[in-house]
Design a protein. Structure first.
Length: 396
């Protein structure tokens, strides 16, 4: 009974049911209802994302006290190094593998998904990046001024957000994922588009697992703990990320998974997981680099030069830090680089967006799972530098 009631089981059921329904459902009212439900649930989840960011990052910075600025700098550094490292690793694999591949691209014959019956728009109170910057600035300012009233408010707000997560977001996720996979299955993305680049997607996924193994190995070595204690809890977050294709939308589940790890400090989890969900996109970066090289080979007959790719990787790491943790956030934020640095035309960018979307869910899953390794590094840094876990003093 515990397995049936568990979140991973519900998510897997949502994925399977969504695919099966999408294969047999006719184009009609039922499909429009599913599309409508998916749209509304996506709006609700997107609305809650900035609240989750503010509710976790700002109070966590206050708890860090005088160490807040230093921990934020460390988090930014390791996120950037991880993204650039993943990009360079993917680049090296691309030069070794892509010349030996024979891939034919065609994305014709997809069914058109009908419009929603109605669109219930629920605009977020602010953008994801605005919430992130707001959380950092308020948290740091509250620490600098020793603002106990604000610290109290932030702590209570975090408790409110936790209730929203457990009572609203978690229960609707399986339904949202089922609707998502139903529409993908109906339009033919799974049955027609995926086989075209199946070899490339498999290679990229293997790259994800290699990079995650490296991150967790480094995290375990640096912190002096067993990284499997963290990794073993990340199954629900990985599956959720596959379904939502969004680090931000998976944030609630990722927090729940990370909090189960005994080797992660609670304050580092509250601080690191929401932050890394928006600045650490190693899986997406690894994917984009390999796909850029593949598309270049397909359309233009050659892979970009080493100098061009190194420049692309270094700049992509910066764009990844600023990219929104939403579906396709990395590739959308870096379209300027794809056009200006690599030299793609409209056809190249269109094909790039298409094949990136085919595996975006797995890249996101790599991003989310990698956040646990980086949080393990933060925990090790706090331990090595004697940064004590602090509680907020609510006395006036």
């Amino acid at each position: 009974m515990k397995i049936i009631k568990s979140l991973p089981f519900k998510l897997l059921v949502g994925v399977v049911l969504g695919i099966l329904i999408g294969l047999v459902i006719p184009n009609g009212g039922i499909l429009q209802v599913i599309v409508t439900v998916k749209y509304i649930l996506n709006q609700l989840i997107s609305f809650c994302v900035p609240l989750i960011i503010i509710g976790f990052i700002a109070p966590s910075i206050v708890k860090l006290g005088s160490n807040a600025s230093r921990m934020l700098g460390v988090a930014l550094l390791i996120a950037y190094v991880s993204s650039v490292g993943a990009a360079l690793f993917s680049m090296a694999a691309g030069y070794a593998i892509i010349p030996n591949l024979n891939i034919v691209s065609t994305v014709d014959g997809l069914k058109e998904v009908p419009e929603a019956i109605f669109q219930l728009d629920i605009p977020a109170i602010m953008s994801v990046m605005s919430a992130l910057v707001f959380s950092v600035l308020v948290g740091l300012a509250a620490t600098w001024t020793n603002a106990k009233v604000i610290a109290n408010v932030l702590q209570e707000f975090q408790e409110i957000v936790l209730k929203i997560v457990t009572k609203v977001i978690i229960p609707i996720l399986p339904i949202f994922i089922a609707c998502t996979f139903c529409t993908l299955s109906y339009e033919g993305t799974i049955t027609k588009q995926l086989p075209i680049f199946l070899i490339v997607v498999i290679i990229v996924m293997i790259g994800h697992y290699i990079w995650l193994a490296l991150l967790y190995g480094l995290g375990g070595a640096y912190s002096g703990t067993n990284p499997m204690e963290v990794l073993k809890h990340y199954g629900p977050a990985y599956i959720t990320a596959v379904g939502t294709m969004s680090s931000a939308a998976t944030l609630a589940v990722a927090l729940r998974c990370a909090k189960k790890a005994k080797t992660l400090r609670p304050d580092m989890v509250d601080f690191g997981i929401p932050l890394f969900a928006n600045i650490h996109l190693c899986g997406s970066v690894l994917t984009e680099v390999f796909f850029v090289m593949t598309v270049s080979k397909i359309l233009y007959g050659s892979i970009p030069s080493i100098g061009t790719m190194i420049l692309f990787c270094v700049l992509l790491g910066v764009f990844a830090v600023g990219a929104p943790g939403v579906p396709g956030g990395t590739v959308m934020a870096s379209l300027g680089l794809i056009i200006s640095v690599v030299g793609f035309d409209d056809t190249g960018t269109a094909l790039m967006l298409t094949i990136f979307a085919l595996q975006d869910s797995f890249g996101t899953a790599c991003n989310v799972t990698g956040d646990g390794a980086l949080t393990l590094m933060l925990t090790g840094y706090a331990k090595k530098h004697n940064i004590e876990e602090k509680k907020i003093d609510f006395t006036m």
